[in-house]
Design a protein around this ligand. Sequence first.
Ligand code: SF4
Length: 621
Amino acid sequence: MAWTKNVLRVNLTEGTCKQEPLRMDWAQEYLGQRGLATRYFVEEVDPRVDPLAPENKLIMATGPLTGTMASTGGRYSVITKGPLTGAIACSNSGGFIGAELKMAGWDMIIFEGRASAPVYLYLENERAQLLSAEGLWGLSVWETDARLHQMHQDPQLRIACVGRAAEAVCLYAGVINDLHRAAGRSGVGTVMASKHLKAVAVRGTRGVGNIKDPRRFMDVTREQKQVLSDNAVTGQGLPTYGTQVLMNVINEVGALPTRNMREVQFEEANKISGEAMHEPRPRDGRANLTTNAACFGCTIACGRISTVDQGHFTVQNKPQYWGSSGGLEYEAAWALGADTGVDDLDALTYANFLCNEDGMDPITFGATVAAAMELYGLGAITPAHTSGMELIFGSAKALTWAAEVTARGEGFGKELGLGSRRLCEKYGHPDLSMTVKSQEFPAYDPRGIQGMGLAYATSNRGACHLRGYTVASEVLGIPEKTDPLVTEGKAALVKAFQDATASVDSSGLCLFTTFAWSLDNIAPQIDAACEGEWSVEKLAELGERVWNLERDFNLAAGLTGKDDRLPKRLLKEAARSGPAQGRVNELSTMLPEYYALRGWTPDGVPTQETRQRLGLPSAGG
Ligand code: SF4
């Protein structure tokens, strides 16, 4: 099903659900999901709104290929203004709920206002109801999922919800769907909880339709599945090791941020790698990894399903954690592991389970714990703050304790729930927060991968690898190899990745396809499915338009070019080992060129000419 052409508008203050037609003129310019929902968002929301005020809105949006037979066509995104960053937030998730939403007949749901008491949205095809969630408030994601399935007596119900972290106003709470898939970053779950919206439960049975050229769509999606299958990364590496295939690779190139980014290589990386997840454990002889898993319609199946050793200290006498569940993916394994110096795979798996169970972004959580551990080492945080817990690098006990108290918003967990920028400011060391626009870095050190420094600094939702993954080129040689240690050509590389990514994120497809596919592979699939003509050039320009639209929103929200920065550590403290030894990130060399290529002023503002070329609206209307 391409666009259903139906938008559901849910006013939580008034308790109403209304159908309205999709703006098809905007769909031709912004496609769907990230792009189209952002277009709606900037039209309807004052950029200076308090992210947790009822005036902020939250949009759940599918792409035109969501729910189709295109490989990986199961994605949806959550768009809002993020409480962690104060910037536009757009978090993308797989699993099954995106396709279910489409099968129920909806392209997007716009939530506005705030309910006077907790509610959940129950969607049965076109029938939309707001029902009381009084009995669900205070429950974890896993408990909420089980309860809703039981209440509706429908095993095929698909559920996205928030856990206790969001209710406790952890600023990086996510919206978790299908138990362990997450729209995880920037605090989109915190916004959902602020609206007293506990869950969205969807059942869609309307099937697939509205494809422009069904025969051609079948042919082209079949051909492109073959391309994924024949590719070494999407056909072998990701199914076998998941994104965790990267742990040893990134460590070897000297770009694995370690102990709050003080170092760039983790001496125990192998113990927490994708390979290690396959190894039999000494105590029970079972591997950490149970199986791989796929989101709706995906022929890659990169997902990890794993277990914690039942004898491990974290789960002794806790049978609720003895089964298999989602993780570890690379970013979580890095943040919970290398960045905190913890090399205990079972502890990382348990901490990751807790992030899913109560809905926290494991990247920001792990990186915040790493910052807290550095503050503890300096004596700025003491046992008096941590109820006696020794918050030291390498301590699996400290990591898992931190996950428990943060997930529940208890004691020092409340402070960890603010993220590292606010924590480090509070304890007198703001430079120890490894963030851009108040969002924590993911698992690639920009001293060892120069282009990623520029990608992080200019990312519209704060530090993020999923806004311009130049690692593909700089480390993996996709689509062609560039030297990770040079800055020349990186401005153009970052811009190209950012624009293409914005386009893919607007389609309903998974970004991981781009290890094998370029827009050359994607455009024919969109063109066969969607009204209008969809060329590579049109998609590239669409991505650029989306990028500038997000930038516009952020500028109107009060961010400036001065926020396109990196922490002092990455600019002044040289890498201590590996191929990048002696190097810092050279952002100041790349940034002016990037602004010029984007058609922005030297201060980072889109020029009038750029705005006209892309047909940008003014932010907020
Ligand atoms: S590649 Fe992985 S994350 Fe992407 S849709 Fe497939 S299973 Fe999900």
